[in-house]
Design a protein around this ligand. Structure first.
Ligand SMILES: [Zn+2]
Length: 397
């Protein structure tokens, strides 16, 4: 669909929304397999979301890996239950920020920055539960009507078309015009937290993980290097539509303390499903060059005690690229640590070779380069590394 067609469709659907008669903001939860009646404002909202979903589907932003998609869909269906499961279409979206959302028509986006940061399946489940609660309670429709009752039609129309002019923004899931501009209010967020908590714990997940993910996110932002990055994170991530307040964290902790039984965190299943993407997702995060945030994130992931070879290597990379005082020594230490784990990438030994050569340790450099060539016989820099090996051998004789 062209940008122009998209714009036209959205303008029409915005007009439908505005022309609908003044309606109550008290709405019943949507039932499983329920669809809005034609010519209602809700049908207009759905129409608009159907259009952005078409754009999303054909977008390069969607992760197509079958196993990962199947896994995330399974977790979502476990949270929402078998009745609502067919109403839900989950898309894994390649964006390095922590975000998830669910549109009123049933499309749900889970961003890879979220999958990278969740420690376990339970944390993912609580975010899904929260987003599903917004859907089930028809919060977008309520929000739309509340704003419509306050604002005049021409203002609403310009709000709608302002969003429509940026299909990329629409695709990335600031689904309702209203939610995009105002976020859901405190009451809807509290309701989504409480219901989402209920859905996920009824599905058997450990209640204490609900607050844990938000607490982690707040501390990650605090560890960002730059004020500019802190603002970008706030704008691009879930914080823009779901402000994380201490009140929300306290409420979730209180709910968890009322849970008698201990639930499932499903940590190892989660690590297995997301592990193959760890290096790619960390790469995408490092592109932002926010080393403080990135290193904080890796330290957090290291606490899980899995994929240590990949994680120490990636932390070494962050130090190497940051180039602050002492970073070269920190990088070498991490590469050496990484090399003791079976999952360390071959590049670990190339980097050890490089740093040992520069630190005037030719014997260690030679050994590391040789290991690199053994582990990566097809490497594109093979000839270059072989020339280093030759030079080092000559030096030693
Ligand atoms: Zn929310």
């Amino acid at each position: 669909m062209s940008k122009k067609t998209f714009l036209k469709t959205v303008i029409v659907s915005v007009a439908v929304l505005i022309l609908a008669a003044c309606e109550t903001t008290n709405v019943d939860p949507i039932a499983a397999s329920e669809r809005p009646e034609e010519t209602t404002d809700e049908a207009g909202l759905w129409l608009q979301m159907d259009e952005t979903e078409k754009l999303l589907k054909s977008s390069a932003l969607v992760e197509n890996d079958d196993a990962l998609n199947a896994y995330v869909q399974t977790v979502a269906c476990r949270v929402v239950g078998p009745d609502y499961c067919p109403d839900l279409r989950v898309y894994v979206v390649k964006q390095p920020f922590f975000n998830a959302n669910m549109a009123p028509n049933g499309q749900m986006q889970i961003w890879t920055g979220l999958l990278l940061r969740a420690e376990n399946e339970a944390q993912l489940a609580f975010v899904i539960g929260h987003e599903f609660a917004h859907y089930r309670q028809r919060h977008s429709l309520q929000q739309w009507r509340e704003i419509k009752n306050l604002a005049n039609a021409s203002l609403l129309f310009s709000m709608g078309t302002a969003v429509a002019g940026v299909p990329e923004a629409a695709v990335l899931g600031d689904f309702s015009i209203a939610a995009r501009l105002y976020g859901f209010g405190r009451d809807k967020e509290r309701e989504a937290d409480e219901l989402g908590f209920e859905f996920a714990t009824q599905a058997g997940y450990a209640g204490e993980e609900a607050a844990a993910i938000w607490k982690y996110l707040v501390s990650e932002v605090e560890n960002s290097d730059l004020e500019r990055n802190r603002r970008t994170i706030a704008r691009a991530s879930i914080f823009s539509t779901h402000p994380v307040t201490s009140e929300r964290i306290e409420n979730l902790e209180a709910l968890a303390s009322e849970e008698a039984e201990t639930g499932d965190t499903a940590t190892s299943t989660y690590i297995e499903a997301t592990g193959p993407f760890l290096a790619t997702w960390l790469d995408a995060d490092l592109v932002q060059s926010d080393f403080g945030k990135h290193i904080f994130l890796i330290n957090h992931l290291l606490e899980r005690g899995a994929r240590q070879g990949v994680l120490y290597f990636r932390r070494g990379e962050a130090y190497r690229l940051r180039r602050e005082d002492g970073d070269e020594a920190r990088a070498l230490e991490d590469y050496i640590k990484a090399s003791t784990f079976a999952d360390a990438p071959a590049a670990t030994w190339r980097e050890i070779g490089e740093l040992q050569r520069r630190s005037d340790n030719p014997a260690q450099a030679l050994e590391a380069y040789r290991t690199y060539l053994e582990k990566a016989p097809e490497a594109s820099d093979k000839l270059l590394i072989e020339s280093y090996v030759e030079a080092l051998q000559e030096e030693q004789t």
